[in-house]
Design a protein around this ligand. Structure first.
Ligand code: C6P
Length: 405
């Protein structure tokens, strides 16, 4: 696929052509999104929902049009179900704090051991506060979610199940639709952390039948500081806001306040207007290519690169070994080398990967690791980038063995 819309990718780093493989952390932004932002700021910028002047109307129109684009992108029923947030972290915290009011002593919350801290700490802290129990679904030997264990753990005491659709470490796709069925059979709600799935595959929240879905704009071509919380209208209607201020009110009296309609009830203060509009343009860009096409293309990269990585002596690759079960987020370690040294070695070759615990420390502990290196691809990466990754790992291995490349 074409990467000519991404000027940042066409540069040298450490005298090598840049190969950007840190897309799970954040993606690059195409000219179309950056230029649309420039156009918005140069022509239309004003606060939303407040003014009656022309710029305020233009700004509000574009902001609400972006909401409609998001609605279509995830196939929500209504715009009332699309709340703009700061990102996945903000969305998940909002659910835990607001829907969390329904949790009482003795209730259970089920998550998985592969969760990002953003989909773990909010539930852990809620469980502590409410004297509820937090339970973890473990992994199979092949690094997949252990559905047999999930079936045992989810029971009538379970009130919330919250799992990532794609792991940011193992790259595995989790069967969130099946988990939603299990959750609903026991009267629990299903929360999906879509941070690593929404940018890479078609999302249909009605088909998944999840109750809440969270994702971030910056992992799908848009700006930082903008994200989405989808929630079923009937649930959001019954929930109380966790942030108070402008925008989210209907009427404020001295000693009482009534809330605005959905979705604004959950959008206190001036929102990230340009961010939301930028997300709308990012969605236009992704739709132009097609989400299924993006998913299929990235799977081709996995089919190509995963066996090559698995074939490198002393390289330990985590997550499923079957490429059909692995998305283009691939974590690995070179035996005897700290992942930070590996990532630094790769950077010397122009290959940008992330190294660390990837905000998934309980998973690291579970796997007996302190950290991994991680390559994560997007549609603008190529098979040549995959080759460069493999060559750079081999070169780094040689360098640390012999002190020379
Ligand atoms: N993971 C990564 O390099 P925010 O930071 O709010 O946009 O997204 C949080 C988040 C939640 N869930 C999953 C599965 C994620 O991968 C992330 C972000 C980045 O893996 C930054 S730690």
């Amino acid at each position: 696929m074409d990467n000519n819309d991404f000027p940042i990718l066409h540069q040298k780093v450490n005298d090598e052509d840049l190969v950007y493989l840190d897309n799970a952390a954040t993606t690059q932004k195409p000219k179309q999104v950056v230029e649309a932002m420039e156009k918005f700021y140069y022509n239309d910028n004003a606060n939303v929902h407040r003014g009656v002047h022309t710029l305020a109307e233009r700004s509000t129109e574009q902001f609400e049009a972006a909401r409609e684009k998001v609605r279509k992108f995830i196939n929500a029923k209504s715009n009332k179900e699309i709340i703009f947030t700061k990102g996945t972290t903000d969305s998940l915290n909002m659910i835990a704090q607001s829907y969390g009011e329904n949790i009482h002593e003795g209730d259970e919350i089920v998550i998985s051991i592969m969760e990002h801290h953003s989909n773990l700490i909010p539930w852990q802290q809620l469980a502590i506060k409410k004297h509820a129990t937090l339970r973890y679904i473990g992994l199979t030997d092949d690094g997949e979610l252990d559905m047999a264990e999930a079936k045992k753990l989810i029971n009538d005491k379970t009130k919330i199940v919250s799992v990532a659709q794609v792991s940011n470490v193992l790259g595995v796709i989790n069967p969130v639709k099946k988990l939603a069925e299990l959750a609903h059979a026991h009267g629990a709600v299903m929360v999906v952390d879509g941070a690593q799935s929404a940018p890479h595959m078609p999302i249909d929240v009605q088909a998944l039948d999840c109750d809440f879905f969270a994702f971030s704009g910056h992992k799908m071509l848009s700006e930082t500081g903008i994200g989405v919380l989808y929630g079923k209208e009937e649930l959001l209607n019954d929930m109380t806001p966790v942030e108070y201020g402008g925008e989210m009110i209907e009427f404020v009296k001295k000693y009482d306040t009534t809330w605005n309609d959905l979705p604004w009830k959950f959008e206190a203060g001036t929102p990230n207007i340009a961010g939301a509009i930028s997300l709308g343009y990012a969605i236009d860009y992704l739709n132009e290519i097609g989400m299924q096409k993006i998913f299929d293309y990235e799977q081709q990269i996995v089919d190509y690169v995963l066996p090559k990585l698995l074939a490198i002596d002393d390289l330990e690759v985590y997550g499923p070994t079957d490429p059909t079960k692995h998305t283009a987020v691939i974590s690995f370690n070179l035996k005897g080398l700290h992942p930070h040294d590996l990532a630094t070695g790769l950077d010397m070759e122009g290959v940008a990967v992330r190294a660390g615990h990837h905000c998934a420390q309980p998973l690291m502990t579970y796997l007996g690791l302190s950290a991994t290196a991680r390559a994560s691809f997007y549609f603008y990466n190529t098979l040549a980038d995959a080759d460069k990754l493999v060559e750079a790992i081999k070169a780094t291995k040689e360098f640390f063995k012999h002190g020379t490349i």
